[in-house]
Design a protein around this ligand. Structure first.
Ligand code: URA
Length: 224
């Protein structure tokens, strides 16, 4: 007998993939795919956020203060994806607002962009206890939200911040040190893995490598 969390996760995945409630699944089979539906990207993201606002697909749901959906420009050409909210993000309901977030803001500004002109999200939308790494079951319960965000935004480039995001988005276990430094094709979108800003706070010597990755992104976006 499947447990209640697994059933909830399956239901929510179905809702995301069809864009409809499970009650209307048969009709959804003939409906247009998520990328072809009407409404602006902002409206579609807002609808997605509403659909998941009370998400209990994994055990992290019952511990959160806020679900951290994502923020920025729904029409962004560049999307950053981090690991999971920390304490500051959980309290404020916004991604990357703590110490690592302040460094990310500096990186974005050094790229001649602003936080408002990019989109920032995480693989997990709820904070893991004591900021531990996401568990595989949390990643798979939460991935429909990130998949739908990417599907709606259709950024030209995704920058995966750190091992968790890069490995989850590319479906690999290769270490971040080997993944970073070049674009990977992710279903037609260029994905640049780089070190996480929290790692850079502990290892400032690697900032130059991240800056190289950012410059590769800037060239792709015509900013260099
Ligand atoms: N680290 C992340 O990966 N995401 C956040 O939102 C904050 C810190």
């Amino acid at each position: 007998m499947p447990d209640a969390n697994a059933l909830r996760a399956a239901r929510q995945r179905l809702e995301t993939e069809t864009g409809y409630g499970v009650a209307s699944l048969p009709a959804a089979r003939t409906a247009a795919p998520a990328t072809g539906r009407a409404g602006s990207k902002a409206e579609r993201l807002a609808e997605l956020q509403r659909r998941y606002k009370d998400c209990m697909s994994c055990a992290l749901g019952s511990r959160r203060t806020n679900l951290v959906f994502g923020s920025g420009d729904p029409d962004a050409r560049l999307m950053f994806v981090g690991e999971a909210p920390g304490q500051d993000e959980d309290e404020q309901g916004l991604p990357f607002v703590g110490a690592a977030g302040q460094l990310l803001t500096k990186i974005i500004e050094a790229m001649k962009l602003t936080r408002q002109s990019v989109y920032i999200a995480n693989t997990l939308k709820c904070r893991p206890p004591n900021n531990r790494a996401p568990l595989p079951e949390e990643q798979s319960a939460c991935s429909p939200i990130l998949e739908a965000q990417i599907d709606i935004i259709q950024p030209r480039v995704i920058c995966a911040l750190g091992k968790s995001a890069a490995q989850a988005l590319l479906g690999t276990t290769e270490p971040i040190g080997r993944l970073r430094g070049r674009f990977h094709d992710r279903r037609g979108i260029k994905l640049m893995p780089t070190f996480h800003p929290a790692y850079l706070l502990r290892n400032p010597g690697d900032k130059k490598l991240v800056w190289q990755d950012c410059q590769t992104i800037m060239r792709e976006l015509g900013l260099l």
